[in-house]
Design a protein around this ligand. Structure first.
Ligand code: HEC
Length: 147
């Protein structure tokens, strides 16, 4: 039980929730009192971001192993519509960054020769938006870069 709570704190520390401390306490209370594993309520956008992170972790491996890169995951288009934790985050900057990001993500599958360069451009675009919008996951996103 304690381990579950610690895991949740670790996860929260990596998200961009600014009220991490308060949320953690609530989660611990919930976790301890219900004895059910309970994930904190992720927004649609946060869940999409986690999906993007997972896909690109695999894509990095595929590029490094010179495997087939597959195709652009159409679900990523939801970046333009998914509900955010803070709806005010969807401003002109966000929309502009999102359009650039989707274009860079799509470019990866189209060109296997430049895959590494195009992939790193895409990751840098994640970082570009995160530098203004959601600082918490930046160290995690940097790990996606291919050296
Ligand atoms: C257009 C801006 C933008 C781009 C591009 C972007 N993000 Fe995000 N990201 C956000 C915002 C805003 C949030 C907060 C979402 C929320 O809480 O609703 C977020 C949240 C996250 C989170 C935390 C999710 C959680 O568990 O709470 C991760 C991890 C993440 N992004 C990774 C990535 C990765 C990896 C990429 C590129 C593949 C990326 N992001 C591209 C804006 C962006």
């Amino acid at each position: 039980m304690k381990n579950t709570a610690l895991l949740l704190i670790a996860l929260l520390a990596l998200s961009c929730n600014k009220k991490t401390d308060n949320v953690s306490k609530e989660v611990i209370k919930d976790t301890v009192s219900t004895s059910n594993f309970k994930m904190y309520d992720m927004s649609e956008m946060a869940a999409l971001m986690e999906q993007m992170y997972a896909h690109n972790t695999q894509l990095k491996e595929r590029i490094l192993n010179k495997e087939d890169l597959g195709t652009y995951p159409v679900a990523f288009d939801k970046i333009h519509t998914a509900i955010l934790t803070e709806s005010s985050d969807r401003d002109a900057f966000f929309n502009e960054q999102a359009i650039k990001f989707i274009a860079l993500q799509k470019a990866i599958y189209a060109d296997t020769v430049q895959a590494k360069e195009n992939y790193n451009k895409m990751v840098n675009q994640c970082l570009e938006c995160h530098s203004k919008k959601c600082g918490g996951p930046i160290p995690r996103i940097k790990k996606l870069l291919i050296p």
